[in-house]
Design a protein around this ligand. Structure first.
Ligand code: NAD
Length: 535
């Protein structure tokens, strides 16, 4: 198991190679910066692998946010006039730099978010993929031409750059969510000001450094991208700034409830990507091998800390015991440990509070008559942390050492109620059984969230019903595929308390542009629509 000192060295090396300005961070032993938590340090970057502090990170205040938005607004004036394929060339360069620095950025993701390394590499790959997509898109920002009802008239729509985009992102996808927004916003002609999670600031500095390099190489206007670091207040300053045309906010439903009305009160645009509570239905005709392995990955992958994590298993009574037994064995056999190590599939939770929230949810489940079939307990990974080194790190940094690993919990509930209706951001999979398919569909949709769902069935009628108008009410609905692991080509997002936003592929780019409907009269006379005669 790596120590805090190892992780600090890895992180600082990656930041240097990514080209991050050393002034953005402060070493913890810098006497002029004081102790972790002092004002000069601002935020302290930590790793959930050891719980230890890595370095201080200088934060921004409301004035700095206003200055970043002002610079972005100035940049917009030139950027919106830059031909879209030229804007795409900058994003192409970003994709090349991401490819070159994939390992460094993935290391930061593993260090700060605790993701196993293959998932961290996958997250950076997603960034490269969205850059490719955006480059192609830069030649395809199509508008439609419609037949006019008037002779000698042409009716068309055009898509124009919108303005400054404020991106707010969560800890669990610390780099990909930024790229989904930024690659698309840039080709659409919009500058970006990014407020990342306070838990993953080093990842954000790494992304910003690569993009700044691409922008400089292409002589793009200064101020086209900025990262502003801090806690909620920094996000609020961005949300309330009337020069921010679109706020794209990813995080908890609690955050969306605060951000949505604030942006609406100034008639700004909002794209919300909020919490999920995703179900898999397993029917009697399902291929159980496929279903079980998808459910184990969906529920336990990223230690249950994905918005698309599988949290509810709705299984037909006839196959329930077999499916529950096999998923439990899957959970029990997942190798836990240092997320950098090959073969490890279970990394740590993000912090102690996530563990406490998980225990509170399990207590509620028990109080509802639930049976914890397996898991829920804190585990110490096989390869024990080096106690001496951690004690040393603790003495050096004043930080609490010790990451939090948990065995994913599988809980049978008598009914879908109470705790099962809420998203707990930890690996808990609730199971209820059903008797007929209508009941399964009703259960699938009877939660406040609407992000992702999956049906395992070899019955074409069930599959078509699941995807139909009375089927899954989620933004993502899969057949014989689990709830998590979306591709960038489709539009990503969900309904109800998930917020309704769509980002990434398909036509999600339209949220980042202003649509204008144009009528061009080449008839030589005035003709009013609907045959109106005005003298
Ligand atoms: P969070 O809501 O605590 O924080 C997300 C971001 O919002 C952070 O940058 C935070 O500083 C900022 N923030 C919080 N309150 C704010 C406010 N009032 N005004 C402005 N900014 C504010 O979420 P988290 O714990 O980092 O992430 C986990 C949550 O995010 C889960 O609910 C998960 O489902 C959700 N999530 C959703 C998606 C999606 O695409 N739907 C993707 C990833 C994560």
């Amino acid at each position: 198991m790596r120590t805090t000192a190892d992780l600090t060295a890895l992180a600082l090396g990656a930041l240097e190679r990514l080209g991050v300005d050393p002034a953005r961070t402060t070493p913890l032993d810098d006497p002029s910066a004081g102790r972790p938590g002092d004002a000069a340090h601002g935020l302290v970057a930590r790793s959930p692998i050891t719980g230890g502090a890595l370095c201080g990170v200088r934060v921004d205040d409301a004035d700095a946010v206003a200055a970043a938005v002002a610079a972005a607004s100035d940049a917009f004036v030139a950027w919106r006039e830059t031909p879209a394929p030229q804007r795409g060339a900058v994003v192409k360069r970003l994709g090349e730099l991401l490819t070159e620095h994939k390992e460094d950025l993935a290391a930061l993701v593993t260090i700060e978010a605790g993701k196993i390394h293959t998932e961290a590499l996958g997250e950076v790959q997603e960034m490269i993929d969205i850059c490719d997509f955006a480059v192609g898109l830069s030649r395809q920002l199509y508008g439609r031409t419609m037949p006019s009802e008037r002779a000698g008239h042409r009716l068309q729509e055009t898509w124009q750059p919108l303005g400054v985009v404020g991106v707010i992102s969560a800890f669990n996808f610390p780099v990909a969510v930024w790229s989904w927004n930024t690659a698309i916003a840039l080709v659409c002609g919009d500058p970006v000001v990014w407020k990342p999670s306070e838990l993953t600031t080093l990842c954000a500095l790494g992304c910003d450094a690569l993009l700044q390099r691409a922008l400089r190489e292409h002589d793009a206007p200064a101020g086209l991208h900025a990262v502003v670091l801090g806690e909620r207040a920094v996000g609020e300053a961005l949300v309330d700034d009337p020069r921010v045309a679109l706020v794209s906010a990813t995080g908890s439903t609690r955050m969306g409830r605060e951000v949505g009305p604030r942006v609406a009160s100034r008639f700004g645009r909002c794209l919300l990507e909020l919490g999920g509570n995703n179900a898999v239905i397993v029917t009697p005709s399902a291929d159980l091998d496929q279903a079980v392995s998808s459910v184990v990955f969906g529920a336990a992958g990223t230690a249950g800390q994905r918005c698309t994590s599988t949290r509810r298993l709705l299984v037909h009574a006839s196959v329930a015991d077999e499916v529950v037994g096999r998923v439990a064995r899957g959970f029990d056999s997942l190798p836990a440990g240092d997320p950098f190590d090959d073969g490890v599939l279970l990394g740590p939770l993000i912090h102690d509070a996530a563990f406490d929230a998980m225990q509170a949810a399990l207590d509620r489940a028990r109080a509802q008559g639930g049976e914890v079939v397996t898991g829920g307990e804190r585990i110490v990974p096989g390869d024990q942390p080096d106690a001496d080194a951690d004690a040393e790190a603790e003495a050096e940094t004043g930080a609490d050492a010790g990451g939090v690993w948990v065995r994913p919990a599988l809980v049978r509930l008598p009914a879908q109620d109470g705790v099962m209706l809420a998203e707990t951001f930890a690996p808990i999979l609730y199971v209820v059984t059903y008797e007929d398919f209508d009941e399964a569909l009703a259960l699938h949709n009877a939660v406040p969230q609407g992000l992702s769902g999956g049906l395992f069935s070899n019955d074409v009628r069930e599959a078509e019903r699941y995807l139909g108008a009375s089927g899954a009410d989620t933004g993502i609905a899969n057949v014989n595929a689990g709830t998590s692991g979306a591709e960038i080509g489709g539009a990503f997002g969900g309904e109800k308390e998930t917020g309704g936003g769509r980002e990434s592929g398909s036509d999600a780019w339209r949220a980042y542009m202003r649509r204008a409907t144009n009528t061009i009269n080449f008839s030589g006379s005035v003709q009013l629509a609907q045959g109106v005669d005005f003298g």
